[in-house]
Ligand binder design. Sequence first.
Ligand code: ADP
Ligand code: MG
Length: 590
Amino acid sequence: MAIHMLPPEVASQIAAGEVIERPASVVKELIENALDAGAKAITVSVEAAGQQLVEIADDGSGIPADELALAVARHATSKLQSADDLFSITTLGFRGEALASIGSVASMTITSRPAAAAAGARLRVEGGILGRAEAAGAPVGTVVRVENLFYNVPARLKFLKAETTERRAIDTLVTRYALAYPHVRFTLRQDGRPALQTSGNGNRREVLAALYGVDVAQQMLEVIFVEEVASISGFISPTSLTRSHRREITLFVNGRPVQDSSLTAALVQGYHTLLMVGRYPVAILFIEMPPDAVDVNVHPTKAEVRFRSSDQMFSAVQRAVRRSLLAHTPVPEVGSIGQQMWAVDGGQLAVDGGRWTVDGGKLSVDGEQSPISPPSTLHALPSSPLAPPSSPFAPLLRLVGQLAATYLIAEGPDGLYLIDQHAAHERVLFEKLTGARRGAGENGLPAQSLLQPVTVELPPASARLLEEQLPILARLGFQVEPFGQATFLVRAVPQLLTGMDAAAALRVLVEDFEEDETPLQAEIEARLIARVCKRAAVKAGKTLSVEEQRALLTDLEACQSPRTCPHGRPTMIHLSVDLLERQFGRKGAR
Ligand code: ADP
Ligand code: MG
């Protein structure tokens, strides 16, 4: 083929591909335009996950009628004059590409009216072809209506993810902006159903629940960090709340959502030694810094930025997280914490390998002192004497008793065993449920009706997810029905879990769901079962009767993999007679 210039429509479709990848990109660009226009209220309406319609209405500054055609031209912007301005940019847009890009891959109608104008005007662009601007009655502000996205780019259509995935991406995106701009009132409707409504009263915590659900939102720790390089605010999860992926870590830099693996790593490092391997926090951080300290023009979708002093930024994020964690260090107390990685007894604190130390009554983690002093003197335990799992089966154990209402002490053929009652019970329930599930085949697990059905309200995105999972849940013995917008009625729980908090069970089922994954059904089931068992298992801090202790040991002995919980944490620690003899100086060097 001889070299030739591409026809302008083709060139602009190619360029559009960089900016507009999926329906959520349209939503992002249009929200950013509305924010740049100083909107106080932004309403987003979406149909068919954005493929049929994305409409965004704002009450911002509006576009004068005679500038409408320019607004949709490529590289036309009101936000930048010269390249130097790039380093003093205070708007979200500056490339002048969004409207042109959207217009070339969809049917777009812009209706707008500046406050000073007596009437509004409307312009339609279809597959990059401009119509004529005409007068239109309109309130002050701008409405951009985008229909039939990618109708002229069939290749792009093919690459779109399932509608539920796209819808969820939009839910999450809008909610994150709502959190970043708490003074703006956001409304999101998907297929006519309300998916998000914020008040615009400036309260971020109120929005938090829409993003993470009530349970998680309540647990999130606030970050407030002001230093010269940057000020950082937002929310991070306590160490007890983690995910198996980094997708729930969101960073905003100067009001724009960015992906930055280095800052994400800094955030995770802030949790240094407090998280288990392969676990990540849930977090949303808003980083504010002088515009000249960050280059925002490194990516067409503006999703990446470059910092002038990236090392300083790294350390700032790390310290912000660290400080917040230390400031919120829960006062160690059996029962109220304990679930995940804490265990305290009579002033002894062990956190996953015992890296916490205490000096002069001050609790410190890796040298950084906590502003809170613990109620009693704490000692770090010696490094973990965990025995390597020698045989898959549990040794035969003789119960000695319960310690700190958290551990069972047992004697085995070769020394002492400390058993984490929660982890052990989790394992026991997991094997019982998976065993029963296998036996039940297509019939599903036997269910136990609740005396009183329980209603549970979920964040919109989770609600949708749950709706898709109802058949799987039914097979596991959960009888759940939709009951209004994002509310569900739990009628029955699996017989093996009779007595567990049904609402809590339902919430854990939808959290932390791996997006875009279509594992085998058996895998999904196993994962859901593991999650429910974790919630249902007896907590640390609960005193067990001798019969209960004994039953737990017997059940654990009967397990296929008794030495770890379904999530891979050890259920038992072995102190061998040999080790005891060394420790007591009866044998070998000290
Ligand atoms: P950019 O945001 O990078 O400038 P866009 O293509 O997104 O480029 O928008 C082009 C121009 O149209 C903007 O610079 C702005 O002047 C105007 N504009 C777009 N959307 C709005 C809106 N919602 N309210 C007011 N003006 C808008
Ligand atoms: Mg823009």
